[in-house]
Design a protein around this ligand. Structure first.
Ligand SMILES: Cc1ncc(COP(=O)(O)O)c(C=O)c1O
Length: 487
């Protein structure tokens, strides 16, 4: 006689003592709220000691550890050594500061553990509501589609893929970008983010098909040079298909002339994609929004909620005017993903039809909480205030003889340096000193061959004190570097 298979005594990973795990959960919540509440009292960042790094070299544990002990490890070895972008003194790259309702929503989303690839459940309705909000932000039609992704690097890639479908037809999905097809070319400015070139690479079109157009003095795409590049390509037998404008360049925050680009795109029959990683959401700031004029004409827009909108990482987003073309670029019917008219598999269109991800987390919930709790006006006000702080920093740099401004301040990014011999090395050292001091954390970039101290003011917690600290510490570390060299 067949025996029933042996069942393990421990059949689930749920706690055996819910009461104590509940108490532990409250402790974890308190600890992380304490961390955010008192973030200003901590160093922005600190170098990782060797013993801390070594702590992460052990193999996967075969046996259980008490959750309280694992949380202690988190508090000791992880929390103090994070990037630091929750801190008001963080000004490096383009990092958002996060926000408490968004953080709490992440916990709720993890508890629901919803998979937003598809099927009929309300978490997908939340994502659809945000798609609707984003359509409204940019004046896009009801037929426009949208999708949460990891970040703008991914959103730009998906945008290029939809543009590729528009140029070559859906057949490109089967046959690839093989010979016999028109040689299609794309255009963007020399100030565009590197992920635009990467999108050309990953889409099989090749970085050689991307024309990098020079910029003007304000780091905006030079429209006359763009026109010349298009004419030259048509003469040489290429088919221009895509222009990528930037709303907020990564180096200096320049906004391309989007009205001008929309006009070129219309005249030349190009797909008009806007990389608005951080700048696009400035449509919510009444004083900045007019400078984004033309964005409403885009065929697609990539943006990040995790930057200026302060949603916790990650929350990138792609908006596409032609939702049908978007779907035609990615939808792949499969028996196991059959759509039904009723039941959990109901609904003709699922988010997995709009991108390569089938399993998708509930990024929409932290975005939904952030917008509902704070409101769009408050997010717009943060954007306006960070730009005002950048102007305050600009004035302080100009008023400090030891410092020099390296680029015009268009939005929230200020590039400057400490004056001195061997300035590139000197300023690289100053930035490392600033970061290691824990006072402020700017990053660097190159402006016309000069290494710049680059302060991107994105965090809603940053205020004048942090700008004053940046100026004072830069001068102090610059003076100390010069003194060391002289000694
Ligand atoms: C203009 C621009 N485009 C694209 C990106 C890449 O975005 P993500 O890091 O979310 O992929 C950035 C990042 O700062 C950016 O500033």
């Amino acid at each position: 006689m067949d025996k029933a298979p042996h069942l393990y005594a421990v059949s689930s990973l749920d706690p055996s003592d819910w009461q104590s795990v509940r108490a532990q959960g409250h402790r974890m919540l308190d600890d992380i709220l304490d961390y955010v509440e008192h973030i200003r009292e901590r160093p922005v960042w600190q170098p990782i000691p060797n013993d801390v790094r070594a702590h992460f070299g052990t193999s996967a544990p075969p046996n259980p550890t008490d959750i309280a002990a694992v949380h202690d490890e988190f508090m000791r070895y992880i929390l103090p050594f994070a990037t630091g972008n929750t801190h008001p003194g963080f000004m490096g790259w383009v990092h958002g500061g996060g926000n408490v309702p968004g953080m709490l929503a992440e916990m709720l989303a993890a508890g629901l553990n919803a998979n937003l690839g598809g099927r009929d459940h309300v978490p997908i309705e939340v994502e659809r509501q945000i798609v609707q909000w984003v359509r409204q932000f940019f004046g896009f039609p009801e037929t426009a589609s949208g999708l949460f992704v990891t970040g703008t690097s991914m959103a730009n890639l998906l945008g290029v893929l939809v543009a590729r479908t528009a140029a070559l037809g859906v057949g490109v999905r089967r046959y690839g970008v093989a010979s016999g097809q028109p040689r299609i070319t794309a255009y963007t400015s020399a100030a565009a983010h590197g992920c635009v070139a990467q999108a050309m690479d990953l889409s099989g079109l090749g970085t050689g098909s991307l024309r990098v157009v020079p910029t003007n003095d304000l780091q905006q795409i030079n429209l006359a040079a763009l026109d010349r590049a298009i004419v030259a390509d048509r003469h040489a037998g290429f088919t221009p298909f895509l222009v990528v404008g930037t709303a907020g360049t990564v180096d200096v925050g320049a906004i391309d002339d989007l009205v001008g680009l929309a006009h070129v795109a219309r005249r030349e029959n190009l797909w008009f994609h806007v990389d608005g990683a951080f700048g696009a959401l400035a449509v919510l700031a009444p004083d900045i929004a007019p400078r984004l004029a033309g964005i409403e004409c885009a065929d697609s827009i990539a943006l990040d909620f995790h930057k200026w909108a302060q949603v916790p990482y990650d929350a990138g987003f792609l908006l596409v005017r032609d939702g049908t073309l978007h779907r035609d670029t990615f939808a792949s019917p499969a028996a196991y993903l059959r759509r039904e008219t009723r039941g959990l598999a109901a609904g003709p269109s699922w988010p997995c039809d709009l991108g390569p991800d089938l399993s998708r987390g509930f990024r929409a919930l932290k975005t939904w909480f952030t917008f509902k709790v704070h409101g769009t006006d408050a997010i717009g006000a943060v954007i306006s205030r960070t730009c005002a702080l950048a102007r305050y920093l600009e004035h302080k740099v100009i008023a400090t003889p030891k410092l020099e401004l390296l680029a015009p301040v268009a939005l929230n990014i200020v590039c400057f340096r400490y004056r001195g011999e061997d300035a590139n090395r000197l300023n690289a050292n100053i930035v490392a000193d600033l970061q290691e001091s824990g006072i402020v954390a700017p990053s660097t970039t190159m402006i016309d061959g000069h290494l710049a101290i680059r302060a991107a003011i994105v965090n809603h917690r940053t205020d004048e004190r942090d700008i004053d600290s940046l100026i004072d510490a830069t001068v102090a570390f610059g003076d100390a570097q010069l003194k060391n060299c002289a000694a």
